[in-house]
Ligand binder design. Structure first.
Ligand code: PEP
Length: 248
């Protein structure tokens, strides 16, 4: 039985003081033993948020990192900088980074390998555009993203990776994939994982759905057999996030 994982992606929201206030308001209600809860916050909020969630079961994640250990990469953050602070998770290849910051499957793969080398748990994002869905190539495209992103990763390392299926047309738009649409793609993702790493590993790996998850649709989405929780954007900044975590 896979434990559900619900991660909030705060994106570029909340100054350090605002982040503290949000943690104070959510901390008690999202401090769950039943599901894994992660706050993926902007770099400058990592320290205050790590301090604020101390003593709870909430874990902290970054929203990006670079694929080198150190060096002349102005403006970038290394995996060791994150782990030394106590960060456990890192989102890799979010569609906004692919769209605005030229991330490719190749950089996603490099970042994934580097994150694993440092013991970070990657949340690797994938998902199709509206155009691709309308062309009927969703599964083919997502299969390709998964294969490219996970190229050269061993079965042992793969087990710890979280995959987030996020149809781009559903991110921040208020349009959620139906539970059936989301399940269909998550099942196809598990099928690729099985082809790559074998059935045992594929059954252990967690696959999240992301795209306008809210307190109303969370329970139905998370009840699907291949959906092991959610990556939540907008709603992770609101009191409703507590209801998403307590989705049952
Ligand atoms: C996201 O940022 O990963 C996301 C799914 O955003 P939203 O929930 O706002 O659609």
């Amino acid at each position: 039985m896979r434990k559900k994982i619900i991660a909030g992606n705060w994106k570029m929201n909340k100054t350090p003081n605002e982040a503290l206030a949000l943690c104070q308001s959510l901390k008690e209600q999202v401090n769950s033993q039943e599901v894994d809860v992660v706050f993926c916050v902007p770099f400058v909020d990592l320290y205050p948020v790590l301090e604020a969630v101390k003593g709870s079961s909430i874990a902290v994640g970054a929203q990006n990192m670079f694929y080198e250990d150190s060096g002349a990469f102005t403006g970038e953050i290394s995996p060791a900088m994150l782990t030394e602070m106590g960060v456990k998770y890192v989102i890799i290849g979010h569609s906004e980074r692919r769209q605005y910051f030229a991330e490719t499957d190749e950089t996603v793969n490099k970042k994934l390998k580097k994150a694993l080398e440092h013991g970070l748990i990657p949340i690797m994002c994938c998902g199709e555009t509206l155009e691709q869905r309308e062309q009927g190539i969703t599964i083919e495209f997502v299969r390709m993203q998964i294969k490219a992103g996970l190229q050269g990763i061993s079965k042992e390392k793969a087990e710890g990776i979280i995959i987030a299926y996020e149809p781009i047309w559903a991110i921040g738009t208020g349009k959620t994939a139906t539970a059936q649409q989301a399940q269909e793609v998550c099942q196809a993702i598990r099928q690729v994982l099985e082809e790559l790493f074998g059935a045992d590993t594929a059954q252990k790996m967690r696959i999240q759905y992301g795209g306008s998850v809210n307190e109303k649709n969370a329970a139905e989405l998370f009840a699907m057999p291949d959906i092991d929780g959610g990556l939540v954007g907008g709603a992770s900044l609101k009191p409703e996030f507590a209801q998403i975590v307590q989705y049952k």
